[in-house]
Design a protein around this ligand. Structure first.
Ligand code: KIV
Length: 271
């Protein structure tokens, strides 16, 4: 297990891979949960653009904005003491040109005090990753099912099942590593392919729906807490059933208010 007294850095992530210690990551969108997850020993808090779906109720991540990601990353950073905070760069903030990517990612680093940014894609963004790393911005890559390309990929489907795509993903991973990425998220790819990619790299892989061989795992927090119970997927394990707990607690509160049982004398001030 990782040293719980040491802040998690990009250097520490690589060291964890070398020591064979699994990296624990979760998405996080606010200071309240950041405090809880940090205290529970989570290594990486990923401020995913999934916030646009799970908290803001949008259909996809495509409409997430830079302002939205800056706001959520800033408040997550307030709650994080030890964990590394990574901001997911929203669609079109890094794809247009390396220069624009430096401007937008630099703004995120300055305004949120996060530790790294995450970009989706392989070869087409390798030059941008290199440019960001050259100016001192740590970059986490993201390959496989890249949600910002959901329409181009034909839906949320497992990637890399055919040989050609698998070979491309392997080459993309090596390309991101060569460009200076500090880690790579592998989303929704077959477990044997994730294992091959993980073994081929010196930087860690963090899997979501990519099997057990990755150097770490990440899940969308409301999914694994059972808070977002309208979403289910084979790779999501629910560790709690919070949606049910919330419904029950609120029903009880409503009944007690309606029946005049809350507040009781113990909740009231006699004078
Ligand atoms: O936006 C997000 O939550 C992500 C994770 C699923 C890796 O990118």
């Amino acid at each position: 297990m990782a040293d719980e007294t040491k802040a998690v850095t990009t250097y520490e992530l690589v060291t964890m891979k070398q020591r064979g210690e699994r990296i624990v990551a979760l998405t996080c969108y606010d200071a309240l949960f950041a405090r809880l997850l940090d205290a529970a020993g989570v290594d990486v808090l990923l401020v995913g653009d999934s916030v646009n779906q799970v908290l803001a109720g949008a259909e996809t991540t495509l409409s997430a904005t830079l302002e939205q990601m800056i706001y959520h990353t800033k408040i997550v950073r307030r709650g994080a003491v030890r964990a590394m905070v990574v901001c997911d760069m929203p669609f079109l903030t890094y794809q247009v040109s390396p220069r624009e990517a430096i401007r937008n990612c630099g703004r995120v680093m300055q305004e949120t005090a996060c530790h790294a940014v995450k970009l989706e894609g392989g070869a087409p963004i390798a030059e941008t990753v290199r440019a960001l790393v050259d100016v001192g911005i740590p970059v986490m890559g993201h390959l496989g099912l890249t949600p910002q390309s959901v329409h181009a990929l034909g839906g949320y489907r497992v990637q890399g099942r055919d040989e050609q795509t698998a070979e491309r993903l392997k080459a993309d991973a090596k390309g991101l590593e060569a460009a200076g990425a500090c880690a790579i998220v592998l989303e929704l790819i077959p477990a044997p392919l994730a294992s091959q990619i993980t073994k081929s790299l010196t930087i860690p892989t963090i899997g979501i729906g990519a099997g057990p061989a990755c150097d770490g795992q990440v899940l969308v927090l409301p999914d694994m807490l059972g808070l977002n119970d309208r979403f289910s997927a084979k790779f999501v394990k629910r560790y709690a059933a919070l949606a049910e707990d919330v419904r029950e607690a609120v029903k009880l509160y409503a009944a007690e208010v309606r029946e005049g049982r809350y507040p009781g004398p113990e909740h009231s001030f006699p004078k």
